[in-house]
Design a protein around this ligand. Structure first.
Ligand code: MSP
Length: 657
């Protein structure tokens, strides 16, 4: 293994919804690390991608009326999809893997077969409590009061044939790996893994499914598909060419230097993944780093909560670099952090506009106005320069120590300490006074400006992994050629030629008016949601035929029904569960997503209209047998809804025509 090679990965993302700022967090961090390693002379392979199989995708595709492949294609490759987002965020990945790539699927089949042939995977029986309507197996500890945690119904003992991976066999080796090496960081995650999973005893892992089809088939046993995590984790080696001929970098780049992963998937990466590699007799990754979450109002971001933050909107408004800087500076990488627009705007104003932007603009403006842009020969360094020079001289080593520990926040704090000091140095040396003192104007003033330009250059080299576009602009203004942008040159104060010529450019980060901007941001967000709703509405008529025939129309059956009971579905913001008398001699259950318009109690006893021959559908594990009819319209960008209610004198079970 060549010590100059560096292999870094992000988790591969589920393209079940568009990505949000929380997803961008890890990828930006990995990109910063990859750029830093390239800067320090490594040959880097930076991998990211998408994890495209599984029941969730199959369900979403069905809901959207497309095939699973079409569904994932649109989210990965479509407008404002995953690939677009990484391009926008200036992510410099060298490879992008999709688990539906044929080379990957073929390699996964081979890996599964090899593990089966050597006895690490065996066929057994999955035993558990089965909820028939939900088609789900549960363990005793997952049940809620002995019932299905999804729908609350009775469960029964059941068995199903499935393949198992002998995870238990690797328990001692995994414990040793976690406790006695630096494999998993931060250290707090080690205790979590050992206490919650290893100590209670690792059980063999069920690694095949028969309840859905959208996965890599177990080719020697039709009907079974490979468990998504086995499929997904394998990406880290198949993307290098393991068990396939698509790529040929396995020898050079494996083992990975680091897998960056969010904290909730540390278990898969620090227990299951090393066990699979042990079984395959392959070296283990050098490190798994479990970073924290970006929270919104103290909770996790998620589409179902409706609280996701759109990275496109933020990047387009404030620049990609400002967003990248904020993500890396605001939160310590190993811990959770609360995302807020106020926090973002404050960072832009204080750090980027006031500190960095001001330093660059003041220094270049003064060089321009006092010396026409080209410095003359300078004086020797004086005692008042020493602190500035020594801070700069030690900066690269401090920065490196933090970067090697993935302490991005600390690395940035060190750079900005020098930036602040440089601003203070301007105030203390007062170049505008020096420029007026005849005998001083010249060598001394040139020395001061040189020190400032050189500190800007050093800081810019070190900021390049975080804000590549901004740094390029600063280098252009400084007239710093590529030799002055290198890691080596960041270790030497004094590399900039004495008689450097600079060119003042545009303002790097204009200040933002917080109050006005927060309002504008809210409006932009509302407009975006409106636009998304409009686009999906506009799409529909194109696809739908303008007319239906009379025969089609009479196929739809509408029936009157009385609400016997109505309750909110647990864990769902929108769904109400109706028990209805539709005059059929038995009750009928319908789920309707109208909780934001009605409280359940106000609907009990009402006479409603339902479509009674809609195919049954499952939502949140509950079966819905029909659809309640409502009048719906968007007014001023907000949807209004009224359930169709009839007079109470109308009996249940009447059909509408
Ligand atoms: N497909 C799996 C990963 C398989 S890797 C072999 C997966 N995908 S995911 O799309 O759900 O999440 C991808 C990553 O995004 C995870 O590491 C997850 O922690 C991270 N994040 C999702 N929301 C996040 C935040 N709000 N904040 C920070 N990271 C978050 O898991």
């Amino acid at each position: 293994m060549n010590k100059n090679k560096y292999y870094i990965t992000t988790p591969i993302y589920y393209p079940s919804d568009k990505l949000h700022i929380g997803h961008a967090y890890c990828t930006v961090a990995a990109d910063v690390m990859a750029r830093y390693k390239r800067l320090t002379g490594h040959e880097v392979l930076f991998l990211t991608g998408t994890d495209e199989h599984g029941l969730k995708i199959e369900d979403k595709a069905r809901e959207a009326g497309v095939t699973p492949q079409q569904f994932v294609d649109s989210i990965v490759e479509g407008p404002r999809g995953v690939l677009d987002l990484w391009k926008l965020m200036n992510i410099s990945n060298d490879r992008f893997i999709r688990t539906t790539d044929p080379y990957h699927e073929e390699a996964v089949k081979k890996i599964f077969k090899q593990l089966y042939d050597q006895g690490d995977i065996y066929k057994g029986k999955y035993e558990g409590k089965y909820c028939k309507p939900c088609e789900s197996f549960w363990t005793d500890s997952q049940l809620v009061e002995g019932k299905c945690p999804d729908c609350g119904r009775e469960v029964a003992d059941a068995q199903e044939e499935a393949y198992f991976f002998r995870l238990s066999k690797y328990s001692d080796r995994i414990r040793d790996l976690l406790e006695n090496t630096d494999f998993l960081e931060p250290r707090s995650r080690v205790n979590e893994m050992v206490n919650n999973f290893i100590k209670p005893g690792l059980e063999d892992l069920c690694v095949s499914r028969t309840s859905f089809k959208w996965g890599v088939p177990v080719d020697f046993d039709p009907g079974h598909v490979v468990y998504v995590w086995i499929d997904a984790l394998s990406n880290y080696i198949t993307a290098l060419g393991y068990d396939n001929d698509q790529f040929h970098d396995f020898k050079d780049f494996w083992p990975a230097d680091v897998h960056f992963v969010g904290k909730e998937i540390v278990r898969f990466h620090s227990i299951i993944w090393p066990a699979i590699l042990m079984a395959l007799n392959l070296p283990l990754p050098k490190k798994v780093y479990g970073h924290g979450w970006l929270l919104l109002d103290g909770g996790k971001m998620s589409k179902s909560k409706g609280n996701v933050v759109d990275p496109y909107l933020l990047a387009e408004r404030y620049s990609v670099d400002a967003l990248r800087y904020f993500l890396m500076r605001e939160f310590p990488f190993g811990s959770d952090g609360n995302f807020s627009n106020e926090g973002l705007i404050t960072r832009i104003n204080v750090d980027l506009a006031n500190d960095l932007g001001n330093l660059v603009s003041r220094t270049l403006t003064m060089t321009g106005s006092y010396f026409g842009g080209t410095l003359p020969a300078r004086q020797e360094e004086g005692p008042e320069d020493r602190e500035m020079v020594s801070l700069c001289a030690s900066l690269r080593d401090q920065y490196e120590a933090h970067m090697e520990k993935f302490a991005f926040q600390d690395a940035l704090m060190d750079v900005f300490r020098v930036i602040s000091h440089a601003n203070k140095y301007i105030d203390e040396t007062k170049p505008w006074v020096l420029s007026k003192e005849k005998e001083e104007k010249g060598p001394r003033l040139a020395r001061v400006l040189y020190n400032l330009l050189e500190s800007v250059r050093l800081c810019t080299v070190l900021l390049t992994p975080f804000m590549p576009q901004t740094c390029e602009k600063i280098f252009t203004q400084l007239g710093a050629d590529p030799a002055l942008q290198t890691w080596e040159s960041a270790g030497h104060f004094g590399s900039l030629p004495a008689q450097v010529t600079v060119t003042r450019g545009e303002n790097l980060f204009p200040r933002i008016d917080m109050a006005k901007e927060l309002k504008a941001l809210e409006e932009a967000h509302a407009a975006l949601l409106k636009q998304e709703a409009k686009t999906s509405r506009e799409k529909a008529p194109e696809e739908a035929p303008s007319y239906i025939t009379f025969d089609d129309f009479v196929k739809v059956q509408f029936i009157t029904c009385k609400v016997l009971a109505c309750e909110a579905v647990p864990k769902s913001k929108k769904l109400l569960r109706f028990t209805l008398d539709c005059g059929e001699g038995r009750t009928r259950q319908i789920l309707s997503g109208i909780h934001e318009y009605y409280e359940p109690e106000e609907l009990v006893g009402k006479t409603l209209v339902a479509c009674s021959n809609l195919a049954p559908r499952k939502m949140m594990g509950l079966e819905s047998n029909g659809m309640l009819i409502s009048a719906v319209k968007e007014v001023d960008g907000k949807e209004q809804l009224h359930l169709l209610m009839l007079e109470d004198t109308v009996p249940a079970g009447f059909t509408l025509c």
